[in-house]
Design a protein around this ligand. Structure first.
Ligand SMILES: CC(C)(COP(=O)(O)OP(=O)(O)OC[C@H]1O[C@@H](n2cnc3c(N)ncnc32)[C@H](O)[C@@H]1OP(=O)(O)O)[C@@H](O)C(=O)NCCC(=O)NCCS
Length: 183
């Protein structure tokens, strides 16, 4: 049975976690969240310094995700705080409309509790019910085995390597393309 959002999950340590679509009222919290996670991991493509959205720009981004049937902006909340986020974007072009690209992050304080798995579950079920998404794609640092293990659990498969995808502290990192067919 496919889940519909909002949906309440139980974390691995027995706490309640609400997974829902973001609304424009979340804009300020989303900005704070993105700045925090950007500095908690070297597996993302940005740091807090690269993220300078204003509240009104973030409101527009969230509204765009709500309006477009091939986009979704999902957040995981515990105790009213955002602890994880996942968003899917896709092209407006008819030939690419079915291909969703996504990014996912979880607050470091909440790693290993099942937040990432809940967000993946919510996304895959959303895609299956969207009626338009037929492929989900992601890019992940080649050495980020933890994230790759999460994606494989949801059926994602390795599709190729993008060499020299990122430079962090002067060191180059390859990235893997992974994808899931939605039927
Ligand atoms: C990668 C990330 C999203 C995983 O989220 P999470 O909430 O910590 O993961 P979960 O607790 O839901 O675990 C799901 C699966 O991930 C893998 N995993 C989680 N923690 C792991 C660890 N320490 N070592 C190895 N695998 C691990 C396991 O396969 C796990 O499944 P299991 O519980 O059945 O063993 C999160 O750690 C994160 O945001 N990391 C920093 C940013 C990032 O890497 N984003 C992805 C960019 S492509």
């Amino acid at each position: 049975m496919l889940i519909k959002l909002p949906h309440t999950f139980t974390t691995k340590d027995g706490r309640s976690m609400l997974v829902r679509e973001a609304t424009w009222q979340d804009a300020e919290k989303v900005i704070q969240y993105v700045k925090l996670v950007g500095d908690e991991s070297e597996n993302l493509t940005f740091t807090s310094k690269d993220f300078n959205k204003t509240i009104s720009e973030e409101v527009q981004i969230i509204r765009d995700h709500q309006k477009k049937e091939n986009h979704v902006f999902i957040i995981a909340e515990m105790d009213n705080q955002i602890v994880g986020q996942l968003n899917v974007m896709a092209s407006h072009k008819p030939r690419l409309f079915h291909v969703g690209e996504f990014g996912i992050s979880v607050r470091k304080s909440h790693w290993g509790l099942g937040v990432g798995a809940a967000l993946m579950h919510a996304m895959v079920d959303w895609a299956k019910q969207s009626g338009v998404i037929r492929k989900l794609n992601l890019m992940v640092r080649a050495d980020n085995e933890k994230a790759q293990s999460l994606y494989k659990k949801f059926g994602f498969e390795y599709e190729g390597t993008n060499r020299r995808d990122m430079i962090i502290n002067g060191q180059m990192h390859d990235a893997h393309y992974m994808g899931l067919l939605i039927d």
